[in-house]
Design a protein around this ligand. Structure first.
Ligand SMILES: Cc1ncc(C[n+]2csc(CCOP(=O)(O)OP(=O)(O)O)c2C)c(N)n1
Length: 664
C-alpha cells in the first residue's frame, strides 16, 4: 500500500499526464481526471484485480469509465500500470487520428478499455450487464473460476441521463452486490453549476432503488478506501458519492466549468505545477513514481496465476466449456443442429408469425447453446423470447437464463451490451420494433463496438393492427438499416427466421436486429437447402417464367408473400416476373459485384414492397422504381383493413407494374 505521500504523487502523475495530453491536443477534458485522480489511485493500487500483462484475464475486475469524456484518466492509468497498448507516445498522441487514445474510450482500440463510453449514462447501464454477467458465469462455473467486481466511475451527466434510472433500478432489483459505482460529485457540468438543472439527493435516490449508498470525501484516500471496503461487503450494489473538485489543482479554473472540456492553458498548468510541487516536464513521470505505478500493475499477477492454477485443476469438461464460452465460440454441433431444424421446417411447412418462428428457432438454439441469455422489456408473451430452457433469473438464482428487464428498453439494450462484453454470454432481448427508438443509442454502440448483441423486435409493421400508429413502425427499418455494422434482418417465413437467427449467432463482431411479425405468414421456403440463403442478404426466391424477366419484385418479411401474389397475377397476364427476398441489406452489400448485379437483374420494371418507408430501397429499384409501402404514419384498424387501406396488396402492386409496362 502506498504511503500518503506516495499516493499523492501517484495521483498527481494522472493529473499531469491528463493536463499535458489535453494541452498538447488542444482539446479534451482535464477536469475529471484531476478531480478523480485520488479515487482512481486508491482503486488501482489497493483494490482492483487486474494484470496489465494479461489484460483479457477472464476473472479480472472490470473498470468502466462511464464519464467517457474523462478518457485521459483511463489512458493515464493504462500507461502508468503498464498496459502495452498505451505507451507514452499514445498519451502524447491523445485524440490524434490513428492513435489508440481516441477522444472517448473506444472498445477494441486498447486492452483495458472494457466498453465504449462517451454518450453519458451508457457506461453505468453497461455495468449492470457486466455485473449480472459475472453472477451468471459465477453460477455456471463456480467461485474458483468467476468471482470479480465491476467498478464504475460516473459523473453528474451519467446520473442525469434517463438511462441511469433504468440501470439503477434494474441493478437494485437484481441485488448486484458486486457492482460499485463512484459518483464524481463535483457540482459542475458544462453549462455551470449542476444546481442550474438538478437538485436530486442522489444518495437517497440510489437507496430508494435498493442500493447501499454513502458520501465520502473524494480527495481523501483513506475515506475512499474505507468506502470501497464497505461496498465490497454489501449485499446490495453500492454507490459512493465522492465529493471532488473538478480540475483540482488548477489555480483559477478548479471548481468551475472552465476546467471541464478544454485545455487549461500554460498559466493554469504552471500554477498547478506549483500547487502540487511537480517539477517534471510534460509527459515525464519521476522514475520512482512510474516505478510505484508499475509495481501496482504487477501486483495482480499473483492473483492471476492462482486463478490459472484453479482453472488448471478444474474438471476438464467444465474448463473446456468455460474457455469455449469466453472465446465466444458456438458449440461444435451448432450448425448440424440448425441443419436438422431446417429439414424439419421443410417437412412441417409451418404457417405462423415470424415472432412464433423465432420462438421455435430459439427453442432449438437455447437447447444447443447454453450461453444464450434471453429477455424482454416487459413484452415476453408478445416477443416470444422465452423458451422451455429459460427460467427467470432472480436475485436468489442467477443460474437461470431469462431476464425480465422491465419496461426499460434503453437499459435493457445497454445491459445486453454489458453482458456481451463481459464474455461467456450471448444476450438477446425483445421489445416492439417501434420502441427500438428507446433502445437505439445502445444498439448503435453495439455496432460501433462490434459486438454480438441480438435485438428481437416484433410487431414490425402496420400488420400489428389495432394498437395503431403509435405502435406501428414506419421509418424504423430504414433507421436501423442506416446504422453501420448492424445486421437488420426481416425474415419472410419460418425457414428464413431460422437462417437469420443462425447468422445472428455466428456474427461475433456485428450486432443483429430481427424484425418479426405479429401476423401469421405462409411457409415460402419449403425445400431444404444446406446453404444459408439469408446470408447473401438478398436472393432470388422465385424465377421468372416464360422468358427473360420483365419485372423484378423485391420485398422483405411479411411483404414477400404479397410479392409472390403480385408475381402470380403478372405471370397470368403474360409478364415474366421474378421475386427477390431481401432479408438483410447489410449482408447484401457484402456480396461481390457479380452476385449483386445478377440478383438485382435487368428487368425493365423494378418494384419493392415493404410496409415501411421507401428510404433505402432505391438501391434495388433505382430512383425510377415502383415502391409499394408507406408514405406516412399508420392507423388503428384490423390488419385486413390496413393493408388495402395503404395500398399494400398484390393487386395494387400488379396494377402499378402494368401501368408502367403499358407506358413503355
Ligand atoms: C448523451 C450525452 N449528452 C451530452 C454529452 C455532452 N457532454 C459531455 S460531458 C457533459 C457534461 C457532463 O457533466 P459531468 O458529468 O458533471 O462531468 P464533469 O463536468 O464533472 O466532468 C456533456 C453534456 C454527452 N457526452 N453525452
Amino acid at each position: 500500500m502506498p504511503s500518503r505521500e506516495e499516493h499523492d504523487r501517484m495521483a498527481n502523475a494522472i493529473r499531469f499526464l491528463s493536463m499535458d495530453a489535453v494541452e498538447k491536443a488542444n482539446s479534451g477534458h482535464p477536469g475529471l481526471p484531476m478531480g478523480c485522480a485520488d479515487i482512481a489511485t486508491v482503486l488501482f493500487t489497493r483494490f482492483l484485480k487486474y494484470d496489465p500483462k494479461h489484460p483479457h484475464w477472464a476473472d479480472r475486475d472490470r473498470f468502466i469509465l462511464s464519464a467517457g469524456h474523462g478518457s485521459m484518466l483511463l489512458y493515464s492509468l493504462l500507461y502508468l500500470t503498464g498496459y502495452e497498448d498505451i505507451d507514452i507516445d499514445q498519451i502524447k498522441n491523445f485524440r490524434q487520428l490513428g492513435s489508440r487514445t481516441a477522444g472517448h474510450p473506444e472498445y477494441g482500440h486498447a486492452a483495458g478499455i472494457e466498453t465504449t463510453t462517451g454518450p453519458l449514462g451508457q457506461g453505468v447501464a453497461n455495468s449492470v450487464g457486466f455485473a449480472l454477467g459475472e453472477r451468471i458465469m459465477n453460477a455456471a462455473f463456480g467461485n474458483d473460476l468467476v468471482d470479480h467486481y465491476t467498478y464504475v466511475l460516473a459523473g453528474d451527466g451519467c446520473l442525469m441521463e434517463g438511462i441511469s434510472q433504468e440501470a439503477i433500478t434494474l441493478a437494485g432489483h437484481l441485488k448486484l452486490n458486486k457492482l460499485i459505482v463512484f459518483w464524481d460529485n463535483n457540482d459542475i457540468s458544462i453549462d455551470g453549476s449542476v444546481s442550474l438543472t438538478d437538485n436530486t439527493d442522489q444518495v437517497a435516490r440510489f437507496q430508494a432503488s435498493g442500493w447501499n449508498a454513502m458520501h465520502v470525501d473524494g480527495l481523501d484516500p483513506e475515506a475512499i478506501a474505507y468506502a470501497i471496503e464497505t461496498a465490497r461487503h454489501s449485499d446490495k450494489p453500492t454507490m459512493i458519492a465522492c465529493k471532488t473538485t473538478i480540475g483540482f489543482g488548477a489555480p483559477t479554473k478548479a471548481g468551475t466549468n472552465k476546467a471541464h472540456g478544454s485545455a487549461l492553458g500554460a498559466d493554469e498548468i504552471a500554477g498547478a505545477r506549483k500547487f502540487f510541487n511537480w517539477d517534471s516536464k510534460p509527459f515525464e513521470i519521476p522514475a520512482d513514481i512510474l516505478d510505484a505505478w508499475r509495481k501496482a500493475g504487477q501486483a495482480g499477477a499473483k492473483a492471476r496465476t492462482e486463478w490459472e492454477g484453479r482453472v488448471a485443476k478444474a474438471d476438464p469438461k467444465l474448463r473446456a466449456e468455460f474457455e469455449r464460452r469466453m472465446r465466444g465460440e458456438l458449440p461444435k454441433n451448432f450448425d448440424a443442429v440448425m441443419a436438422d431444424y431446417k429439414k424439419k421446417l421443410a417437412a412441417d411447412k409451418p404457417k405462423v408469425a415470424t415472432r412464433k418462428s423465432s420462438e421455435m428457432a430459439l427453442e432449438v438454439i437455447n437447447g444447443a447453446v447454453p450461453e444464450t441469455i434471453g429477455g424482454s422489456a416487459d413484452l415476453t408473451g408478445s416477443n416470444n423470447t422465452k423458451t422451455s430452457q429459460t427460467k427467470n433469473i432472480t436475485p436468489l438464482d442467477y443460474s437461470q437464463r431469462y431476464v425480465h428487464y422491465g419496461i426499460r428498453e434503453h437499459g435493457m439494450a445497454a445491459a445486453m451490451n454489458g453482458l456481451t462484453l463481459h464474455g461467456g454470454i450471448i444476450a438477446y432481448g425483445g421489445t416492439f420494433l417501434c420502441f427500438s427508438d428507446y433502445a437505439r443509442p445502445a444498439m448503435r454502440l453495439a455496432s460501433l463496438m462490434g459486438i454480438r448483441s441480438i435485438f428481437v423486435m416484433t410487431h414490425d409493421s402496420i400488420g400489428l393492427g389495432e394498437d395503431g400508429p403509435t405502435h406501428q413502425p414506419v421509418e424504423h427499418m430504414a433507421a436501423l438499416r442506416a446504422i453501420p455494422n448492424h445486421n437488420f434482418f426481416r425474415p419472410a417465413d419460418a425457414m428464413e427466421t431460422a437462417e437469420c437467427w443462425q447468422l445472428a449467432l455466428q456474427s461475433q463482431k456485428t450486432p443483429s436486429t430481427l424484425a418479426l411479425t405479429r401476423q401469421n405468414l405462409p411457409a415460402l421456403r419449403t425445400e431444404y437447402v444446406a446453404e444459408n440463403l439469408c446470408g447473401m442478404g438478398a436472393y432470388e426466391l422465385a424465377a421468372a417464367e416464360g422468358g427473360e424477366a420483365a419485372v423484378t419484385i423485391f420485398a422483405s418479411g411479411s411483404e414477400v408473400e404479397i410479392a409472390l401474389g403480385a408475381r402470380k397475377l403478372l405471370q397470368e397476364h403474360g409478364h415474366p416476373t421474378r421475386v427477390v427476398s431481401v432479408p438483410c441489406f447489410e449482408l447484401f452489400e457484402k456480396q461481390d459485384d457479380a452476385y449483386r448485379e445478377k440478383t438485382i437483374g435487368k428487368a425493365g420494371v423494378k418494384v419493392a414492397i415493404e410496409a415501411g418507408i421507401r428510404q433505402g430501397w432505391d438501391r434495388f429499384i433505382g430512383t425510377d422504381g415502383i415502391f409499394v409501402g408507406m408514405t406516412g404514419f399508420g392507423a388503428s384498424g384490423t390488419i385486413e383493413q390496413l393493408y388495402p387501406h395503404f395500398g399494400i396488396t398484390a393487386e395494387a402492386a400488379a396494377k402499378a407494374v402494368e401501368g408502367r409496362l403499358h407506358k413503355k
